[in-house]
Design a protein around this ligand. Structure first.
Ligand code: GLY
Length: 657
């Protein structure tokens, strides 16, 4: 067993294997719920909504299955997962095969040079080596190396405007990668196939090549220069200086060699062997004016010491559904959870009261809830192994109510400060710290990632968000090994925030061994203890909002999974509150009408231009891949996103009634 595996196993052994969180929301039975009356089932207690979610009316092609469903953003990756299910593997096995294939066919978004969070629900009688009926999250997030310091991104000779671009393409932003360790841990503990079996299909496609789809072609063409910065990366994606185009064959022999080495020797070759040495050398690359400042600080010891953690998801109860997602170091569950609890006060979905899908009132309260939650996120959220994140206070119903009261129905609020959840958190009740609460705004950085969801025939569910941070990561490809290194450490505060205002905890400041705050929100929705939906999205901080939009579409607007994914999304990622919204693609429907946009503009919302009558909803936000399970019939559905080449493959189709 490699040193890495011992670390991982030891961590797993000493962490309580999580049930889904003991549902803080369940304690809030008296919460003021304004459920859409049409969604209430006669006889249900007042305020408990039973939305029409248990039977998604239509999914991808309206097809239902019984043998498992894989929903991924690329057809070759979906096929790799489905093949594993067809051979009798479980959802964890399939997830492993999908990740290795994604490294080959979506190299710009995820891979062994990055990290991720995998939510797993083990069915009570599911096939696996472990007791079922539990939900937990594997944390394979990249870590700061032992030599990291809070001020390490203060690169001399850079302007604040240039800092992110330089840091994110230099070794200083490479976090110790966790994806391979995560997959290996998942397979060893809950899978039924060997790592080499999961890797094998990806080796073939890397060696023999595949035809580039329009999304990868667009990412190469519009890479902001990232694939030209390093010769190894340019040689793969711009051979002889010519960017590969849609339909071109992409062959990756170096990546095939890497995958073969891992299949033969196990993850030790990556975390301790020759690949580890190559990673450490590659992250010395720097584009900083003072090269030594931009060079990565990762050592062989950092790689050897990497450990996967098993964490307890955080869940909130929303109108009778339990929405479970990723706990710190991700801000996903806390931020989505805050928004849902704020929005539960409004009759979202009630068209008669102006809260139908895409109506101005609905979008207004969504935007305001996003602004309030992002203000809290910026101040309070980070790696809870290093800073005290007041998780219970942030989701306390009285605290959330005090925040939600700031939402006026007829006007946009001034930029909200972060709130103070400490008095609402039992661990902090005696805390007499005076906390100054400045305005917070979050820098929006375009970044991409991938989410996929799987359910198997036994009902095991995987919801996995996986990333190398920006599209192309740092753009640094490990020479001779053919995979890209992440720039995940730029998810930390680039300038230390601790005590820059009194009481600021610096929750997301860099520290040795710390994991940068993420927005990733792999989500599983439960009815009681049974999973009914799994989904998530890429898109940096917009991930949180994509998950919120889809959740409201499903629970409040009564959409099927596919409709919920297709519908245009709205996103605000800072307290300052600039709206971006979708609507250009034909499949995005129903549209946010121009009249609605005018109404939002009249309320004072930003980001929609100044002229009434113009359609400002032109953004592209996220890419959601999901699965749904109808508890009554046991049928399984998939929904995939045309914002990428989303593909659903199901096994054992159910004939239409
Ligand atoms: N890499 C995207 C995130 O962690 O939020």
């Amino acid at each position: 067993m490699s040193h890495f595996s011992i670390v991982a196993a030891a961590l797993i052994a000493c962490l309580p294997l999580a049930r889904a969180h003991d549902d803080w929301g369940d304690r809030d039975r008296d919460r003021d719920r304004h459920a859409h009356p049409a969604l209430r089932t006669p006889g249900t207690p007042p305020g408990i909504a039973l939305p029409p979610l248990a039977t998604p009316a239509s999914a991808w092609d309206g097809k239902a299955f019984r043998g498992g469903v894989v929903s991924v953003s690329h057809p070759l990756a979906a096929q790799a997962g489905a093949d594993v299910l067809a051979r009798g593997g479980n959802a964890i096995d399939a997830a492993a095969a999908v990740q290795f294939m994604l490294n080959v066919v979506e190299p710009q978004f995820s891979g062994i040079g990055g990290g991720g969070f995998m939510m797993i629900h083990l069915a009570a009688d599911g096939r696996g080596r472990d007791r079922g009926g539990r939900t937990f999250a594997l944390d394979g997030r990249e870590k700061a190396p032992a030599a990291a310091t809070p001020a390490m991104f203060q690169l001399s000779g850079t302007t604040p405007q240039a800092l992110f671009g330089i840091a994110s393409t230099s070794g200083i932003s490479v976090g110790v990668p966790g994806t391979l360790a995560l997959i290996d841990t998942a397979l060893k503990r809950w899978g039924t196939i060997r790592l080499s079996e999961a890797i094998e299909p990806a080796i073939g496609v890397a060696q023999n090549g595949f035809r580039i789809n329009r999304f990868l072609a667009a990412n190469i063409a519009g890479d902001g220069g990232r694939t030209s910065l390093q010769p190894e990366t340019a040689a793969v994606f711009r051979p002889n200086g010519v960017p590969l185009a849609e339909g071109d064959l992409l062959v990756q022999p170096d990546l095939a060699r890497t995958l073969r080495a891992i299949a033969r020797k196990g993850p030790k070759v990556f975390y301790e062997g020759e690949i580890a040495q190559a990673i450490v050398a590659a992250q010395q690359r720097s584009r900083a004016p003072v090269a030594a400042e931009g060079a990565g600080r990762m050592t062989l010891r950092d790689l050897k010491d990497y450990g996967v953690l098993v964490r307890e998801p955080i869940s909130v109860d929303y109108r009778g559904w339990r929405v479970a997602s990723m706990s710190p170091p991700s801000s996903g569950a806390l931020t989505v959870g805050q928004m849902l609890l704020m929005l539960e006060r409004f009759p979202i979905g009630d068209a008669a009261r102006g809260y139908g899908f895409g109506e101005a009132k609905t979008l207004h309260v969504m935007a305001e809830a996003m602004r309030l939650a992002f203000a809290d996120r910026a101040r309070w959220m980070g790696d809870a192994d290093f800073v005290d994140v007041p998780e219970r206070g942030l989701l306390n119903r009285h605290y959330v109510a005090s925040r939600a009261q700031l939402i006026g129905e007829s006007t946009r609020m001034a930029t909200p400060a972060a709130g103070n959840p400490l008095p609402y958190d039992e661990r902090h009740r005696g805390d007499k710290r005076s906390v100054a609460l400045p305005d917070n705004s979050e820098e929006v950085r375009p970044s991409h990632t991938t989410h996929y969801s799987i359910v198997d025939r036994w009902g095991n569910v995987v919801s996995f968000t996986t990333t190398i941070e920006s599209t192309w990561g740092t753009g640094i490809m490990v020479p001779g090994w053919g995979f890209l290194l992440n720039n995940e450490l730029t998810d930390f505060n680039l300038a230390p925030a601790k005590d820059t205002t009194p009481g600021d905890p610096g929750a997301n400041d860099v520290a040795p061994g710390k994991r940068p705050r993420s927005s990733m929100a792999p989500t599983i929705v439960f009815k009681g203890r049974e999973p009914v939906l799994a989904y998530g999205s890429p898109g940096g901080s917009t991930i949180i909002n994509s998950v919120l939009n889809v959740t409201l579409n499903l629970i409040d607007h009564g959409m099927s999974l596919q409709q919920a994914i297709d519908a245009p999304r709205l996103s605000v990622t800072s307290a300052a509150g600039t709206i971006s919204c979708e609507g250009t693609e034909a499949f995005m429907r129903p549209k946010f009408s121009v009249a609605t946009q005018d109404a939002l503009r009249a309320l004072g919302h930003l980001g929609l231009g100044t002229a009434n009558g113009a359609d400002a909803c032109t953004a592209a936000i996220g890419s959601v891949q999901g699965v749904a399970i109808d508890l009554r019939s046991g049928r399984q559905y998939g929904g995939a996103d045309l914002r990428r080449e989303g593909t659903v493959i199901g096994l054992k189709p159910v004939r239409a009634d």
